[in-house]
Design a protein around this ligand. Structure first.
Ligand code: PHB
Length: 390
């Protein structure tokens, strides 16, 4: 009898706390340890900067952010942590997702769980088509790779070889570059797809040399991978031989520039965000995100995807008055426009992907001897060309 009463009481307490919930939990999944830990740290820095600027309260509700670690692309682990966050932690929102496979694995459970997912990095075009509850505040590799095709041709590279990691965003990047480059009369002489865990790039560089290409287009997920690839490009003599490198900005992320030094100087990339972007919003963001991350040299682009992702989640919480209603939350951010640290952005009402400027940048050396991505041209208001291409 006593046991039954206690159970009933516990059940009542649960219902009561759900009805008057004043803590709204946001679950963030990303690489918090291991070789890509810096990227998870950047998610957290962007989120912390947003909360430092806007507070952790929306009306009477308190926002609580909970982190879960998926060190490398691991869809099974990502899905089980998302389930744990939903069932045990009762998160109302999911966010983060550095690697595409980790985002893809979670999309099938969103609708039943009544939880929106804000993708803060993963960049394969089709992720947003997998569930109506996905919104993306990062970029796609179609979006960041297509504009560099014209740049390559303008720089006199007519024969280009592509080298990409063999998974979603790499294949999208290859297709984007190839489509753009061949359309304007360029010639893709060979396409190489490398396993995601490749860390010896010398054989690849040999193939690039042997291909006789005047330029190489490359995409790898930002991290130890890109650092290794860039070093190998230089160490194997391709840069000095005049084989020009064209890539989306993952390859020259700011946190890699101190280690790359002169090796990266002059490399041209196209991307949605540079830490050097000249605006009041960005100055404030960089200052606050650097404070959050601790070591200023560690700040990189996933921080801005996370900062803007938090902006979207705050808007969702406001629109639903803190109640769990994923459909209403997602509807509220369709067409939303704001000034991001990267420049003007909006959430496309149809695709739920971010429309933004893509910038051509060159790695340059500042007066104080540090290296940075210098914006030299803007391709304005780019949607995701990858979705049209499907
Ligand atoms: C992805 O897996 O979608 C991804 C990861 C790292 C990047 C870009 C895309 O730099």
């Amino acid at each position: 009898m006593k046991k039954l009463t206690l159970t009933a009481l516990a059940a009542f307490a649960l219902t009561a706390s759900a009805a008057y919930a004043d803590v709204i939990k946001v679950g963030i999944i990303g690489p918090m340890s291991g070789p890509f830990a810096l990227q998870g740290k950047n998610f957290k820095a962007g989120i912390d900067a947003y909360i430092a600027e806007h507070g952790n309260k929306i009306g009477d509700d308190t926002i609580e952010v909970i982190y879960r670690d998926v060190p490398q692309a691991d869809p099974a682990q990502s899905k089980s942590l998302a389930q744990e966050l939903i069932i045990k932690e009762k998160v109302q929102y999911l966010g983060g997702f550095f690697f595409t496979p980790d985002a893809m694995a979670v999309t099938p459970i969103l609708q039943q769980a009544n939880v929106p997912m804000v993708v803060m990095n993963a960049a394969t075009s089709t992720i947003v088509t997998k569930s109506p509850y996905v919104v993306r505040t990062s970029f796609t590799t179609w979006q960041t790779s297509l504009p560099i095709a014209q740049v390559a041709l303008d720089k006199g590279a007519k024969k280009v070889i592509t080298v990409v990691s063999d998974y979603g965003p790499g294949i999208d990047a290859e297709n984007a570059f190839k489509a753009g480059f061949t359309k304007i009369g360029g010639d893709v002489v060979e396409t190489i797809r490398m396993p995601l865990n490749t860390n010896d790039f010398s054989p690849i560089m040999q193939r690039v040399k042997d291909s006789g290409a005047e330029g190489v287009f490359a995409f790898l997920p930002a991290g130890p991978t890109t650092l290794g690839f860039m070093k190998s490009y230089v160490d194997n003599g391709l840069k000095s031989a005049g084989v020009q490198l064209f890539a989306p900005g993952d390859l020259t992320q700011e946190s890699d520039l101190p280690a790359l030094g002169e090796a990266a100087l002059g490399v041209l990339t196209t991307f949605h965000y540079a830490l050097s972007h000249d605006s009041a919003e960005n100055k404030k963001f960089v200052e606050d995100a650097r404070k959050a991350i601790g070591n200023p040299e560690e700040l990189s682009f996933p921080s801005v995807g996370a900062y803007d992702g938090m902006h979207v989640i705050y808007k969702m919480i406001e629109a639903t008055g803190g109640k769990q209603d994923a459909a209403k939350a997602v509807d509220a951010v369709k067409g939303m426009e704001w000034m991001s640290p990267r420049g003007p952005v909006s959430i496309d009402a149809e695709t739920r992907h971010i429309t933004q400027n893509i910038y051509l940048r060159e790695v340059a050396k500042a007066d104080d001897g540090t290296y940075y991505n210098k914006e030299i041209q803007a391709f304005e208001k780019q949607g995701d060309p990858g979705l049209d291409a499907q």
